[in-house]
Design a protein around this ligand. Structure first.
Ligand SMILES: Nc1ncnc2c1ncn2[C@@H]1O[C@H](COP(=O)(O)OP(=O)(O)OP(=O)(O)O)[C@@H](O)[C@H]1O
Ligand SMILES: [Mg+2]
Length: 466
């Protein structure tokens, strides 16, 4: 079971056919009908909504979390004795995560062994009997889970436990002070005519987006979403898998037009314009994705990727690229590498450098840290915070990780089934949620099961799923 669901699923084959193929090869179900029924049952088991419909769709028509669950279904289909799960819940929101973890626990209770690879310490503390902590290809600590989390012996383990973002970390840096702190102070990075930026950078007005299913059914992915993003603000969006977060991001970027409603950027029409009229203003808004690998041309070097992201009229291209390198802590030797030759954290920093290159006023981040381990995640979150402070950029920050969103956001929107069900100051939303849906999300956040003395233990997340 692999981490990156988008690249592991065949883009040309319906999701159900891919799962059925495994069943067929292993002789697990005899007839075609039997296999189709089993595929739908498996998709339902892992919490994919409308499993009959989703089985007939292509991977790119599923949300990130739905794809991840389809992969889990494919792995469970074969009922293996040993299941190796590599970041099985990384792309999942907390309630679905709780459901998948309960499923893995059940598998284990049936006598199967589980190797769980994860950067999410809370998940590991909940699931594992024994834990290995790895760093640079070496095991630095090994022990029963309780000891690892309540009494870590190795300095690296201690730092990992400390780097978890949460309500307590708001306004502070996550990475230890010895971690690289990148040079964001260069004068040439000053925001363009900052004074001229209007107070409201982005306004979404009654956005609606519908998708047609294979049987002409219509699915409303975004259903009347309105919000404002102010200058210098970070607006977080949380919500369960499939709630429409990434679709909102695509509408805001004007990669797709809304069916109803409009997006206004810097006080001017944005989503209603023809692309040619938008091109000049594209540099005002850029995006960082969860999985930068699929957004880079694999043949291009780091230097070329950044050069391509600069505006055509940039006078000092080499100087500007050097600045971007300093900004994200890259040494010059990385300039000739290709994306596949970078680590996950380096790739994500390259994605941020690319997003910053045109000096945007607004960066949309769609799950920008969910593929990263906590220490790299801490560096990237700190970097985003520094850029905000130094360059005055604003963020629309989408994540299924409530701790991360609480840490970084000023205000938060909570989405459910395409609608905004609650919005407000980050502390208000997470500490005093008003709506049941938000309460349920907050209650399902996995916490470290074994905490050092003094911290309050929290109940396990399983059972929180409706
Ligand atoms: N191109 C498409 N064709 C058909 N349906 C789509 C398409 N894109 C998204 N959808 C559907 O719209 C819904 C919302 O998807 P979206 O990707 O916005 O969810 P999300 O909140 O980002 O979820 P996740 O947390 O899993 O990434 C899902 O049910 C998805 O299957
Ligand atoms: Mg998404």
């Amino acid at each position: 079971m692999l981490q990156d669901a988008l690249v592991s699923l065949d883009p040309l084959r319906p999701v159900g056919a891919e799962i059925a193929e495994g069943l067929r090869l292993h002789g697990a179900a005899r007839s075609r009908e039997e296999r189709e029924q089993r595929v739908v049952d498996l998709l339902r088991l892992v919490g994919v909504p409308e499993p009959e419909l989703k089985a007939r769709q292509l991977p790119q028509q599923l949300s990130g979390g739905q794809r991840q669950r389809a992969l889990i279904a494919a792995a469970l289909a074969l009922d293996p004795r040993l299941l190796i799960a590599d970041e099985p819940t990384t792309a999942l929101d907390v309630t679905i995560q709780a459901q998948v973890l309960a499923l893995l626990e059940e598998t284990r209770a049936r006598g199967k062994a589980l190797i769980l690879i994860s950067h999410d310490l809370a998940v590991v503390s909940r699931m594992a009997d024994e834990v290995l902590v790895m760093r640079d290809g070496e095991v630095v600590e090994r022990g029963v889970a309780e000891q690892i989390f309540s009494d870590p012996r190795h300095d690296y383990t201690r730092r990992l436990v400390a780097a978890i973002p949460s309500a307590h970390s708001r306004g502070s840096r996550l990475a230890p002070s010895s971690a690289p702190r990148f040079d964001t102070s260069s004068a040439a990075l000053d925001p363009r005519h900052a004074a001229a930026a209007p107070e409201i950078l982005l306004r979404a007005d009654g956005l609606v987006k519908r998708f047609a299913g294979p049987d002409r059914s219509v699915h409303t992915a975004v259903d009347g979403v309105s919000f404002e993003l102010r200058r210098g603000e970070t607006l977080g969006i949380v919500g369960e898998s499939g709630s429409g977060k990434s679709t909102v991001a695509r509408l805001v970027m004007a990669f797709e037009p809304p069916d109803v409603g409009s997006v206004t950027l810097l006080g001017e029409d944005w989503s209603t314009l023809p692309e040619a009229a938008r091109r000049r203003r594209r540099r005002d808004i850029s995006i960082v994705y969860q999985d930068p690998l699929s957004s880079f041309d694999p043949r291009w070097t780091v230097g070329r990727i950044l050069d391509d992201a600069l505006p055509d009229d940039e006078p000092d291209r080499r100087g500007r690229i050097a600045e971007l390198f300093a900004l994200v802590g890259f040494s010059g030797s990385l300039a000739h590498r290709r994306p596949l030759e970078l680590s996950g954290g380096q790739r994500q920093r390259l994605a941020i450098a690319r997003a910053v290159a045109p000096r945007p006023r607004l960066i949309v981040c769609d799950e920008p840290v969910s593929a990263l381990d906590v220490s790299i995640q801490a560096q990237v979150l700190d970097l985003l915070g520094d850029l905000k402070a130094e360059l005055g950029v604003s963020y629309l920050f989408i994540s299924h990780d409530l701790g991360v969103v609480h840490h970084i956001s000023d205000r938060v929107l909570v989405m459910n089934l395409g609608r905004v069900v609650e919005s407000g100051e980050a502390d208000e939303i997470f500490l005093k949620p008003r709506v049941d849906y938000t309460k349920r999300l907050v209650a399902a956040v996995p916490r470290l099961a074994h905490r050092a003395a003094g911290d309050h233990p929290t109940p396990r997340a399983s059972g929180a799923v409706a």
